[in-house]
Design a protein around this ligand. Structure first.
Ligand SMILES: Cc1cc2nc3c(=O)[nH]c(=O)nc-3n(C[C@H](O)[C@H](O)[C@H](O)COP(=O)(O)O)c2cc1C
Ligand SMILES: CCCCCCC(=O)C(=O)O
Length: 342
């Protein structure tokens, strides 16, 4: 891993190591991949305006999320089938998250079970991602199982009732290895048919169709939920959906402090995290970067990626003149156009 200094270095290394169909699955976005590109370009268009001659000798990256402390407002988004990247899979992501003190969101389509992840990393803060199922008894059974394993919140994915058209992956589909399972989605005794797994999701569910659960619930304000993640699924669902960093300010205004707002899609730098926090996100999550870390060196690689992002955020704060997370506000960011009008 020596010489891999940023997330892009990890991506290049990971893509050179992984089998092509696996690369295509992880890397690809929907249709022309315009949203994938925009997720990055939009971060680059936002500028940081540093303040100088401030005491930044002691910096604190911690904050509270749903009332409990995190060491850094950075977590791992739910991404399916992480053991395709490395045998450590989701357990590796959990260890990496525990070490940096963030939050792991485990995909419903993980290749490690709730119980395995909990055993691998007993102290990590962990939430579980889920889709509303046609068979509502599956929902309740999954919630009970995840809660028993120590998962503290349910993250409901609402942008994937159908899977987006990822051409690269369609041309070159993954051959799911026979030694892997999807233990949260398909019971061990059932035959695993990956192409059918998505069919159990309720394609008809609407805002009215959700019933709140006993646990904290990450979805939308009017339903009385606790938080939302502003996400475009890493550009994998509807192409030309806005970059999340562009839509974030309007969502933060609409939410008006009624619940916590987080962001994912396109975070690759500490400066990106800083910009998202400045524009009102309380925390950010990364999807592909953790996979690139896993692919390079399992749990150690994922940990390194998370440390790089944390350290980049720390340095950004130091160079911008802020010593703690709550001091990161919109006054530190601007666009080129706004500078010309000063
Ligand atoms: C390979 C891959 C698999 C994903 N699987 C899931 C999933 O199982 N459930 C889900 O809610 N989101 C899934 N997502 C979306 C991520 O949770 C997240 O929104 C996205 O990766 C963030 O963008 P980024 O990869 O640019 O960080 C997946 C994304 C990728 C790239
Ligand atoms: C095994 C079923 C496919 C899960 C799809 C996961 C996902 O959301 C993705 O973007 O890929």
């Amino acid at each position: 891993m020596e010489g891999l200094l940023c997330v892009d270095d990890f991506e290049k290394e990971a893509l050179s190591k992984l089998e092509k169909s696996v690369c295509d699955y992880y890397r690809s976005g929907a249709d022309d991949e315009l949203t994938v590109k925009d997720n990055r370009d939009s971060f680059s268009r936002i500028l940081i305006r540093p303040r100088i001659l401030r005491d930044v000798s002691n910096r604190d990256l911690s904050t509270t999320i749903l009332g409990k402390k995190v060491s850094v407002p950075l977590g791992i988004s739910p991404t399916a089938m992480q053991r395709l990247a490395h045998p450590d899979g989701e357990c590796g992501s959990a260890k990496a998250t525990e070490i940096v003190g963030g939050i792991l969101i485990l995909s419903f389509f993980s290749t490690s079970s709730y119980e395995e992840v909990a055993a691998a990393s007993p102290n990590v803060r962990k939430w579980f991602q889920f889709y509303m199922h046609k068979d509502r008894s599956i929902n309740e059974a999954v919630f009970k199982r995840a809660e028993k394993a120590g998962f503290e919140a349910l993250v409901l994915t609402v942008d994937a009732q159908y899977v987006g058209k990822r051409r690269a992956s369609e041309k070159n589909p993954i051959q799911f290895p026979s030694h892997l399972r999807l233990p949260n989605a398909v019971p061990d005794e059932e035959k695993l048919d990956v192409s059918k797994v998505h069919d159990s999701i309720d394609h008809s569910v609407t805002w009215e169709g959700f019933k709140l659960q006993r646990m904290p619930y990450v979805q939308a304000a009017e339903l009385g939920v606790d938080a939302i993640i502003v996400s475009n699924h890493g550009g994998r669902q509807i192409d030309t959906a806005p970059a999340t960093i562009d839509i974030l300010p309007s969502i933060v205004r609409a939410v008006d402090n009624r619940l916590e707002v987080y962001l994912d899609s396109g975070i690759r730098r500490g400066t990106d995290i800083f910009k998202a926090l400045a524009l009102g996100a309380k925390m950010v999550f990364v999807g592909r970067p953790a996979i690139w870390g896993l692919a390079v060196d399992g749990a150690k690689g994922a940990k390194r990626v998370m440390e790089i992002l944390r350290d980049e955020l720390d340095l950004t704060m130091a160079l911008t003149g802020v010593a703690d997370i709550k001091s990161i506000t919109s006054k530190f960011v601007c666009t080129k156009d706004s500078l010309l009008k000063l």
